[in-house]
Design a protein around this ligand. Structure first.
Ligand SMILES: C[S@@+](CC[C@H](N)C(=O)[O-])C[C@H]1O[C@@H](n2cnc3c(N)ncnc32)[C@H](O)[C@@H]1O
Length: 369
């Protein structure tokens, strides 16, 4: 087998494992519920007697898991990225990390595609959209479509919102969990709120009430199928794969009018490389709009490269690479895939910056890192 064939097989096996998390979700979720039932059964009769309705609560969680399982199987059934029905191949073992990513994907549905996520989207996406409209109006390309790239687009709501405004948008994402889920929303969901998920029943901590833990969320709050004519006329698309591999390519040089990143730059092994790739991919005069924290994803992963710059140093790199800052740095308080009813709320003070690639070629300053 050639190296390319080896790589294709490994990729297909990886896809299959992720697809299996969708179709095999109830097996994992019910295992966790069994542990809770066991813990309850170990209590003394007196203690159990004081926990009115607890056994029924666990039964209600089981029904919620059943509803999630139905929804996730439906979501996965839309993807056949490797030419066969998703999740139909047997899988030897799914890692705990991939089960956990599936649970995060369910929470990501709340952020991107539910009424409950509206405030979070207002905090995170709206500043980027408003800035894009201001600095690169959809009509600014003299009759051509304005091309916008959204790297690490997660479940694609930001990319979709920009496309809805008449921009020609490409989302980029490398996680199969995200790609399977976005594919369903963008290409398969036929009407608003056609799918019910119970996103909070996997976590037992910080709920104010049983009802909070069990509550359902309906998705999608807006149905992309209703915009199919607009989206196909502007060429809305998804580029599946690693951002640097896909957009660091010489064919991508000077192709984009705008790059919009939200909670993305800190996913880099080497954030300097991300800045360079974004700079090269932009047309002269193109803009990069970024909002997010610096929660470097690989900072605590053994054996993984990770360059962790402070924000002021990142901004110096941005300028040394050749960008001009177009406006003073701003701060935005944002939550991320949060449960608004939880007793624990994590709020990021996100950096929001807007920069431009000069219209004329620039004399670069050595980075001196
Ligand atoms: C923190 S999430 C943010 C998602 C989305 N932008 C949002 O604000 O909801 C970062 C996303 O970037 C994706 N990602 C991370 N590294 C990537 C890479 N090298 N190429 C493409 N996508 C990547 C992850 O899979 C994840 O969906």
């Amino acid at each position: 087998m050639s190296a390319d064939e080896d790589e294709d097989t490994a990729e297909m096996l990886h896809f299959n494992e992720i697809a299996h998390t969708f179709v095999g979700y109830s097996g994992d979720a019910l295992r966790a519920l069994r542990l809770r039932r066991n813990q309850f059964s170990l209590l003394s009769g007196d203690d159990r007697g004081l926990l009115a309705g607890y056994a029924e609560h666990l039964d209600a969680i089981e029904r919620g898991i059943g509803a999630n399982a139905t929804a996730l199987a439906e979501i996965a059934s839309g993807s056949n990225m490797f030419g066969e029905r998703t999740g139909t191949r047997p899988v030897a073992r799914v890692s705990e990390e991939n089960w956990s990513k599936l649970r995060s994907t369910i929470r990501q549905f709340v952020r991107d595609w539910s009424v409950d996520g509206a405030l979070e989207r207002q905090q995170c996406y709206q500043p980027l959209i408003d800035a894009l409209l201001r600095v690169k109006p959809a009509s600014s390309a003299g009759g051509d479509l304005v091309r916008v790239l959204v790297p690490g687009c997660g479940l694609s709501r930001l990319a979709f919102e920009i496309a809805r405004l008449g921009y020609s948008v490409t989302g980029n994402e490398f996680s199969y969990h995200m790609l399977i889920a976005s594919n369903w929303v963008l290409n398969c969901a036929r009407e608003r709120e056609c799918c019910t998920l119970h996103p909070y029943l996997h976590h037992a901590l910080n709920h104010r009430s049983r009802a909070d833990m069990l509550r359902a969320v309906r998705v999608p709050d807006v149905c992309p199928a209703e915009y199919v004519d607009l989206l196909s006329s502007t060429g809305f698309s998804m580029a599946a794969g690693d951002f640097v591999e896909l957009f660091g390519d010489s064919e991508q040089r000077g192709q984009w009018d705008a790059v919009v990143t939200c909670f993305f730059v800190d996913t880099a092994h080497n954030i300097v490389e991300y800045v360079r790739v974004i700079f090269a991919a932009l047309k002269p005069g193109g803009v990069w709009l970024n909002l997010g924290p610096l929660l470097y994803h690989f900072a605590e992963t053994r054996g993984e490269a990770s360059i962790e710059l402070e924000l002021d140093e990142l901004l110096r790199v941005v300028e040394r690479v050749g960008f001009e800052l177009m406006a003073p740095l701003e701060w935005r308080q944002c939550t991320y895939a949060s449960d608004a009813r939880s007793m624990l709320q994590s709020v990021y003070d996100c950096a929001f910056f807007q920069c431009r690639k000069p219209a004329a070629p620039v004399q670069l300053t050595p980075l001196g890192l």
